[in-house]
Design a protein. Sequence first.
Length: 183
Amino acid sequence: MPADFAAALASIRAAVLRPEVVIEETPAPQRLSPFAVALQAEIVLDDEEAASGRFVVLHDPDGQEPWEGEFRIVSFVKGTVELDIAEDPMLTEVGWSWLVEALDARGARFRAESGTVTRTASQSFGSISDRPPSGDVEIRASWTPLTPDVGAHLAAWGDVLVQVAGLPPLPPGVATLPVPRRR
């Protein structure tokens, strides 16, 4: 295992996320790079999944031209939002800003970012018409971290997951306690 990938794994293990984020390692894609690690997470509120996602770190010691580096982070976040929020055309712009601002706030330096934000609104009919209207937002993004220290990138992704779930931000000076990760 290359030293840079070992450093990336160590920084992931050291990252502190909010206790509401339940995270576990999952099989990583095999064909995208010689080295990879994948995590999945969910936030459950009142016995309902409020948000879920996947965070993948790819590493190719030889680099890949589209990545503009040796590492690439590929992420996905999905959450349920109130219908009026899902119907707001600005949600896509706001969703992307959540990601960029979270990376900046965590000092997670990056380049070559790309992605999409999708919003959906659903209305049920027929035998399931008693279900209330609902909305979802999905943020699919990838970017190249500037160093193997990707722990701040994981923490920023966790912040986006928390925001999509609709949890309030922690007040300044309030720290979260680390929660053991399922592996």
